[in-house]
Design a binder for this molecule. Structure first.
Ligand SMILES: [Zn+2]
Length: 103
């Protein structure tokens, strides 16, 4: 978990340093290509930020000693569920009940 966080921090730093759009590109077709690449880089960056946020939240929960513990019933959250939702705060049963109450 901590290693993945470092990896993402590194990727974000790399993306940030690459974030220098070349406005003075002389070839118009080059410009179009770099613009779409720019879009791609931005969406990639957003996805990574989201993942980074998820991991950060999970790390906070881990530090607080509540990681993997359901906030509703106090039971363990399924490991499979934590792999998909690292910041899950409820076990599957409580999450379903919670969603039903919300809707
Ligand atoms: Zn529960």
């Amino acid at each position: 978990m901590l290693e993945r966080k470092k990896e993402i921090e590194l990727e974000l730093a790399t993306l940030a340093s690459q974030h220098n759009p070349d406005i003075l590109s002389p070839d118009p077709s080059d410009q179009a290509a770099s613009a779409s690449f720019e879009d791609l880089a931005i969406s990639l960056e957003q996805r990574q930020r989201e993942e980074y946020d998820r991991i950060l939240k999970a790390l906070e929960m881990l530090a607080a000693g509540s990681y993997g513990i359901c906030v509703d019933c106090g039971g363990d959250i399924e490991e499979k569920r934590l792999l998909v939702y690292p910041n899950a705060s409820r076990c599957l049963a409580c999450q379903k009940a919670y969603e039903q109450n919300v809707c």
